[in-house]
Design a protein around this ligand. Structure first.
Ligand code: OSB
Ligand code: MG
Length: 383
């Protein structure tokens, strides 16, 4: 694959309703899209970071900087045998997993198109239908939350995840559990508690939860091990796992019993597959997390979710839950039994709506092989 051109775009999209987590409220999304032209095909990837550095350390602007000033100038004009080779090109970059993933995943899409196979097959996926859950933001009162859960269950979703934070936890989980004694239910704290809260968190054991996601700080795998030893509920790690080494460490320390894989958080499909494989070796089930993606990131999530270790319902749900209009066609739809049929056509499996993307774009950077770059800033040292 000859990397002939790279186009980086920032688009603005407004979520249908605000999404509140323990770290803040999101509604107006600033999403970066990466388009890579290689041997005549155009592959697409999405950078899944948030606008502010509260989920992880990346932001829309740091990703723009890293891609524009480091990744694109290094990648342009290179020839790759496979998308996995991209990881060696960006090996020297520390952190910035989501910036790297946006570019790597675009190359995976291009490779799948060139080979004429669906991306999920190129990744080694086998499932033709994936099982969907939903992640519900924090609400002001328990009855509003119960009403929302009711709606999602009626739509067919197979697992409900409730965002929690101190002061918005036990009462809310209790209300949902009382109304729905049988559903698969989990909670996600996005790092809002400390090990000193262990006695409080132990009360979650009363609600037969599928898992408690990322209760403690993102850089505290060891504290999670101490907490897991005191909890009956399974801990699932999200923010703490940014690569396969962390997954291996967390498993060895018994810091969790489940891992949520997010393509952006671990740096792209290649590393996501490594995390999946390590978890499989140790009998740790995985599922696909979400970052309120546009259709492009969502399509990549669907492809990844077809790997055999994805045995728990993920946070990948229908386009219409997020957007009035998605940037792919067809939009991602969920069946009445809460599943997504994996598209069987080459590449991502969904068409990018170029005109709509153009209309939503607020800035663009382009690189072309053998020509001057659009961005006049000097190349960084060592390249
Ligand atoms: O922790 O899973 C998370 C959204 C933004 C940041 C972090 C998280 C989330 C979600 C949303 O839970 C999942 C979705 O895309 O629906
Ligand atoms: Mg999470």
């Amino acid at each position: 694959m000859n990397i002939e051109a790279i186009i980086l775009r920032e688009i603005r999209m407004r979520l249908r309703s605000p999404f509140e987590t323990s770290f803040g409220v999101m509604q107006d999304r600033r999403i970066l899209l990466v388009e890579v032209l290689a041997d005549g095909v155009s592959g697409w990837g999405e950078v899944t970071c948030t606008e502010a550095p509260f989920y992880n350390s990346e932001t829309t602007d740091t990703a723009w900087h890293i891609i524009s000033d480091f990744i694109a100038p290094t990648l342009i004009g290179k020839s790759l045998a496979t998308a996995t080779e991209f990881t060696t090109i960006v090996n020297g970059i520390r952190g910035h997993e989501m910036a790297r993933a946006g570019v790597e995943n675009a190359i995976w899409d291009a490779e799948a198109q060139q080979k004429g196979v669906p991306l999920f097959q190129l990744l080694g996926g086998t499932l033709e239908e994936i099982v969907c859950g939903v992640s519900l933001g924090i609400r002001d009162d328990p009855s509003a939350l119960v009403k929302k859960v009711e709606e999602e269950i009626l739509s067919g979703y197979n697992r409900i995840k409730l965002k929690i934070k101190p002061g918005r936890d036990l009462e809310f989980v209790n209300a949902v559990r009382e109304r729905f004694p049988e559903i698969k239910l989990s909670v996600d704290a996005n790092c809002a508690y400390r090990l000193e809260d262990a006695l409080h968190l132990k009360k979650l054991d009363d609600f037969s939860l599928l898992m408690v996601e990322q209760p403690l700080q993102w850089d505290e795998i060891h504290d999670h091990a101490k907490l897991q030893a005191q909890l009956q509920s399974a801990i699932c790690l999200d923010e703490s796992i940014t690569n396969a080494r962390h997954a291996a460490a967390a498993i060895a320390w018994r810091a969790c019993r489940v891992i949520n894989i997010k393509l952006g958080r671990v740096g792209g499909h290649t590393e996501a597959r490594r995390v999946h494989d390590i978890c499989g070796t140790h009998g740790i089930p995985v599922w696909c997390g979400g970052m309120l993606e546009s259709g492009i990131g969502r399509a990549h999530n669907i492809a990844m979710s077809t790997l055999p270790g994805f045995t728990l319902p993920g946070d990948v749900s229908a386009s219409r839950r997020y957007w009035h209009e998605d940037i792919i066609e067809p939009e991602v739809e969920v069946t009445p039994s809460g599943t997504i049929h994996v598209p069987q056509v080459p590449g991502l499996g969904y068409k990018v709506r170029a005109k709509l993307v153009d209309d939503l774009t607020v800035r663009t950077n382009r690189w072309r092989a053998n020509s001057s770059v659009a961005d006049p800033r000097p190349k960084p040292l060592n390249q």
